[in-house]
Design a protein around this ligand. Structure first.
Ligand code: SF4
Length: 257
């Protein structure tokens, strides 16, 4: 018997949905700032962070049969990859069959999103996609998110879902560059977003990123400067009146909203 996880109000998940669900742990994307890897180590799901990039899928979790009030964010502790796509889609089918609404969060692989869009045409009103795109620069994404799809593929997936008639949104958390690039990102994506685009800082860099690697420390210093309080206020000033723009907690704290 499996159940959804209730999100703590004000938590990372709770900002977006009152419930969440996962079919496994581990994520081959290997993002240097990964929050889920930290949680997995703290909860002893894995013994050390080097195990994180091995995906472990539990097919039994596909049998979920629960109805909740409010959206279910699925997944939160892994991504949707060719290795877990079959189990992911079987699980999504059961979640929707019970009458739930789902927030699908991913650094999307085009093939996976095409497969989901093709298979769930009858549930478009219950599915909201949210794709993480922190930069349009392939080199920058490759550094911070080494095994995730390049931004061009994520944008193609966003366009595909939009053109297929699904509800679409974007997470620019963490932003991987500064305020000018964030404003440009908004301009590039606004027309294929039906719902919202969320901006957030790269939080807790010193705790999450391996600073023993000098190259990481150098890159982190760029992020600290790009995302200084002054630059975050500039970003807020530029975008604050636009109807699709939303601010994550990490950014709200800086601008006092
Ligand atoms: S996509 Fe998410 S869960 Fe996967 S490594 Fe990156 S931050 Fe972690």
């Amino acid at each position: 018997m499996h159940n959804f996880n209730a999100a703590k109000p004000g938590s990372r998940v709770g900002e977006w949905a009152p419930y969440s669900y996962n079919i496994g742990t581990g994520c081959s994307n290997g993002c240097k700032y990964c929050y889920a890897r930290d949680i997995a180590v703290k909860t002893k799901t894995i013994t050390d962070s080097s195990q994180w990039t091995t995906e472990r899928v539990n097919p039994k979790k596909a049998t979920i049969n629960e109805k909740v009030d409010g959206r279910v964010m699925f997944p939160t502790m892994h991504d949707i990859t060719p290795q877990n796509l079959q189990t992911y889609m079987a699980t999504l089918r059961n979640i929707l069959k019970a009458g739930n609404r789902v927030l699908i969060v991913s650094k999307p692989r085009l093939f996976c999103i095409q497969s989901i869009c093709d298979a769930f045409t009858g549930d478009k009103d219950k599915i909201l996609f949210r794709f993480t795109i922190g930069s349009q620069d392939e080199r920058v994404c490759k550094f911070w998110e080494p095994n995730a799809p390049p931004p061009q593929e994520r944008i193609a997936a966003l366009r595909h879902a939009f053109e297929a008639g699904y509800q679409t949104s974007v997470s620019a958390e963490p932003m991987l560059e500064g305020f000018r690039e964030a404003v440009a990102l908004y301009g590039a994506l606004e027309s294929i977003i039906t719902e919202t685009i969320w901006f957030g800082k790269m939080d807790d860099i010193d705790d999450r990123v391996d600073m023993a690697e000098p190259v990481n420390e150098n890159a982190a210093q760029f992020i600290r400067e790009f995302q200084s309080d002054a630059n975050i206020r500039l970003l807020h000033d530029h975008l604050k009146d636009l109807p699709k723009v939303r601010w994550k907690m990490s950014l709200r704290r800086v601008v006092g909203i």
